[in-house]
Unconditional design. Structure first.
Lengths: 360, 309
């Protein structure tokens, strides 16, 4: 108890001073050292790959003013703490930890290094030297749902999902609401794989959904197996994280992608200028954090325009994915007409909207 | 609602999910029957997967990829054989080391191949697959490797039970000393069985990277090597029971997805555990006769042997 209060007081006292010191040092003694921690191998598509693209953009944009490095394939838990602490002792001034499971290790190391700045993706624990950031993935899902709704003949969609946590449920619900905005009878069939990464299982789940009548499949898992299954069976797919058109040249309609580069550049600039402050950023289409990958040639111009309009509407605030009236899976009204879900309700989502077939 | 095509899809998906388990499991079963416990199946499958994929990308021919995968699996098993048969290192530790090595080395070796999409085996054989009707499509997905996985347990069963070589192999696994006394080359036989196990594990891995999910990503075998190993034990070292276990495992996994796709409300957590539960339960029931279990377990499993002692 006493320890923790002392720590927080000390960090409060030190943080502004340290920020000033760092800013001075950055000008005098060379580049700002920035490190990234990735949960999986970088590969050429997926969650970690998108963060890596952000790092590369940061390097390209700020050049000699920064010196970036990364550690990939770091397991969540005790090992993460060791890696993050090592990065802090190695003289990195700004450390991005890019997976939810790094939350507690990041908090712990941030306490021990009050003069360093930390940023944790998708978490909710903050400190004066620990900021959090995430993206409104569901905004992209809503637009993808509109696209799926327009491209589908059967009105049945397959959704291969890993675990029933709010982030995944938001995506499934937004996708379904988007699809139902153009096809009120659309249904989304959800199949859980209970694993973020298992190409074999994702493949089998996609095969099953396509055999069950789904003609557009999408996924909230980390491999490209769903796009490949769809290509082989001649069904459409919508990718996640990264552009997957390579894996479905004829059938992958687009992908909901995460763009971290602008955020990383802005935060690094703030750290160099000495204006970096802790806080929470939850950006979406408007901030450029969520985009759709280039459309497949199979998408007609009228549909492209409609989806682009939806994206523009989301950015402008005229299209709100979780605006009422929304009923849940059992037909019970959840959001009244004219109202919309608050951020807190979205973050804690534990239910399916009408039109989703699946169990949480 | 289920119709004919969906039931066929369920059957085909089951066969395809079970094929890598049957291939790798049967190979390991033969090795264990000769007294060699090789826990490196996961590593050998990964090396097979990456080598098969790389060879296919380079040569453009999946058949050469499959051959290369078998060679890679056998090479891994060869390293294991040098350690455990030649230098009489501990088999459990060496097998674990083989898996750890395979996981890391396949990732390193495979890094340049991550971004190469290739057509799956079924598409190579039938280029118009995606345009075919649903029924024909399902039938075409039963590729030659699936057929091999169906036939292999029967062939191995026949080899072990009915052939002289199979009898000798089992004798070596029961008591290396006795087999040696009868003049059989224990180490040579064990080497052969280990290499066969490695080649089959490599083939099972290549099935994943060339046919099931035609791509290479790090650690794509995702624990199937360990499931194959467990199936060997739970099947009480009988090839046909092993195939049954693998099919059951595949079936319950796929049926779980089907149940969700049909809208049958089942908790996803339960569905995720069900394949393991069902497979263990059924195989335990099959092998509940303890006397027969003892008879089936190779008595010399994991025990090193040196002809000079």
């Amino acid at each position: 108890m006493k320890d923790s209060s002392m720590l927080s007081r000390r960090s409060l006292l030190l943080a502004p001073a340290a920020a000033g010191l760092l800013a001075g040092r950055a000008e005098a003694a060379g580049p700002l050292k920035i490190a990234f921690v990735y949960v999986s191998p970088i590969g050429d598509a997926g969650w970690s790959f998108q963060h890596e693209l952000g790092r590369r953009a940061l390097d390209a944009a700020l050049g000699a003013a920064v010196k970036t490095s990364f550690v990939e394939n770091v397991e969540e838990g005790a090992d993460a703490e060791r890696v993050i602490r090592k990065l802090a002792t190695d003289g990195n001034d700004l450390i991005f930890t890019t997976s939810f499971g790094y939350m507690n290790p990041t908090v712990k190391v941030a306490q021990q290094f009050p003069a360093k700045k930390f940023e944790h993706a998708t978490g909710y624990k903050r400190a004066t030297n620990l900021a959090t950031y995430s993206a409104r993935f569901y905004e992209g899902r809503y637009a993808a749902g509109v696209l799926a709704g327009r491209m589908s003949k059967t009105g049945v969609f397959g959704y291969v999902a890993a675990f029933p946590i709010p982030e995944v449920l938001q995506g499934i619900n937004a996708f379904t609401l988007g699809a139902r905005s153009v096809n009120p009878k659309a249904t989304t069939k959800v199949v859980w794989t209970s694993s973020w990464f298992d190409p074999g299982k994702e493949r089998a789940a996609a095969d099953t959904l396509i055999a069950g009548g789904a003609d557009v499949v999408t996924h909230h898992t980390d491999s490209t197996a769903v796009a490949q299954a769809a290509e082989e069976k001649g069904a459409f797919s919508i990718g996640y994280n990264s552009d997957q058109s390579k894996y479905g040249p004829k059938t992958c309609l687009t992908a909901v992608t995460h763009i971290w580069s602008e955020y990383y550049i802005a935060r690094a600039q703030a750290a160099i200028a000495g204006t970096w402050k802790s806080g929470d950023v939850w950006g979406g289409v408007k901030q450029g954090m969520i985009r759709l990958a280039p459309y497949n040639a199979a998408v007609p111009d009228a549909v492209r325009k409609q989806v682009d309009d939806v994206l523009a509407g989301i950015a402008a605030g005229t299209v709100v994915p979780f605006a009422g009236a929304i009923k849940d899976q059992d037909g019970k009204p959840r959001v009244a007409a004219g109202a919309a879900l608050a951020d807190k309700e979205i973050l804690e989502m534990k239910w399916f909207v009408e039109g989703v077939q699946g169990k949480i | 609602m289920p119709d004919g095509v969906m039931l066929l899809a369920l059957l085909v998906a089951t066969l395809r999910a079970a094929a890598p388990l049957v291939l790798a499991g049967t190979g390991e079963l033969v090795a264990e029957r000769s007294g060699v416990l090789n826990l490196g199946v996961e590593g050998m499958m990964l090396m097979g997967a990456v080598t098969g994929f790389a060879a296919t990308v380079v040569t453009g021919t999946p058949w050469l990829g499959l051959l290369a995968a078998m060679a890679a699996g056998a090479a891994m098993a060869g390293v294991f054989a040098v350690l455990t048969l030649g230098l009489r290192a501990n088999q459990v530790a060496s097998g674990l080391a083989l898996t750890i090595f395979g996981v890391g080395f396949s990732a390193l070796f495979g890094a340049p191949y991550q971004s190469h999409p290739i057509p799956g085996l079924a598409t190579v054989l039938f280029p118009d697959l995606s345009a075919a009707g649903p029924l024909v499509q399902q039938l075409l997905l039963i590729d030659p490797l699936v057929l091999l996985a169906v036939a292999l347990p029967f062939l191995v069963q026949r080899f072990l039970a009915r052939s002289r070589a199979g009898l000798v192999l089992r004798a070596v696994g029961e008591s290396a000393e006795v087999a040696h006394a009868f003049g059989y080359k224990v180490l040579r036989i064990r080497l052969g069985a280990t290499l066969f196990g490695g080649a089959m594990a490599g083939l099972g891995g290549a099935y994943l990277s060339l046919a099931y999910t035609p791509m290479w990503t790090e650690n794509m075998v995702a624990g199937r090597g360990w499931i194959a190993l467990a199936l060997v034990v739970f099947s009480t070292w009988k090839p046909r029971a092993l195939a049954l276990g693998a099919l059951l495992f595949g079936f319950v996994t796929i049926a779980g997805f089907q149940a969700e796709a049909w809208g049958i409300p089942v908790a996803p957590n339960l569905l995720a555990t069900l394949p393991y539960l069902a497979t263990v339960l059924v195989l335990v029931l099959i092998s509940r006769d303890r006397v027969r279990l003892k008879l089936n377990a190779p008595a010399a499993l994991g025990r090193p042997f040196h002809p000079a002692e």
